[in-house]
Write a protein of this length. Structure first.
Lengths: 108, 114
């Protein structure tokens, strides 16, 4: 199956700092999504981004499909950004493969 | 809309017992799926369905059965629970064929098998 690798595995930031999370995948994908899992376990979709760049407030994402990676940018981080960030990819067969996540802790 | 709902929130089973995890969505989504989340391993797809009457296996289907008799409901059955099935289970749904196939997740069911 496809390999989905995320880096870094853990990240600790001071409130207000910026960060970049990376997702590498081993095959061409039909669909790529970024999710945030909050400390209570709820999974929230952040971006559907199989290619190109999107922005939503302090978050933005870029996927370079030809080079098989995606980046999630978090600017001016807040304590509410804490949690685990996952990327998930679909090869076109309705089967999503998740990475192991980046655990982010934002310190006040 | 209630979105994606899951019951129960938490369950303890003994090895060999059976149970059904319930999942329902009120967004008229065609695609529904079940994942399990284990520490340090991300989410892994168990089974999925692209519409009523259609189901298929995901990455880790062994020990689980599913059925999809209605668009709204997608129950996951454990016929004979094993300690290796201790995990957090998430149900998700989305449109199929839409230009943006955002997945919506339920709140999860924590299962402990003793």
């Amino acid at each position: 199956g496809i390999q989905v690798e995320q880096s870094p595995p853990d990240l600790i930031l001071q409130e207000g700092a910026n960060s970049t999370l990376r997702c590498n995948f081993s095959d061409s994908v039909n669909n790529l999504q970024w999710f945030h899992q909050n400390p209570w376990g709820q999974l929230i979709n952040l971006f559907y981004i199989p290619s190109g760049t999107k922005q939503n407030g302090r978050l933005s994402a870029t996927t370079v499909a030809t080079e098989r990676y995606s980046l999630l940018y978090i600017s001016s981080s807040q304590t509410t950004d804490s949690g685990v960030y996952f990327c998930a990819v679909d090869l076109g067969g309705n089967q999503f493969y998740f990475g192991t996540g980046t655990s982010l802790t934002v310190i006040p | 809309n209630a979105g994606v709902t899951q019951t129960p929130k938490f369950q303890v089973l003994k090895t060999g017992q059976s149970m059904t995890l319930q999942c329902a969505q009120d967004m008229n989504h065609e695609y529904m799926s079940w994942y399990r989340q284990d520490p340090g391993m991300g989410l892994r797809l168990i089974h999925y369905s692209v519409g009523a009457g259609i189901t298929d296996q995901g990455e880790v289907p062994n020990g689980y059965n599913v059925s999809r008799s209605t668009t709204e409901d997608f129950p996951l059955r454990l016929l004979s629970a094993a300690p290796s099935q201790t995990s957090v289970y998430f149900c998700a749904s989305s449109y199929v064929g839409a230009s943006q196939e955002t997945q919506y997740f339920g709140p999860g069911t924590r299962l402990l098998v003793l």
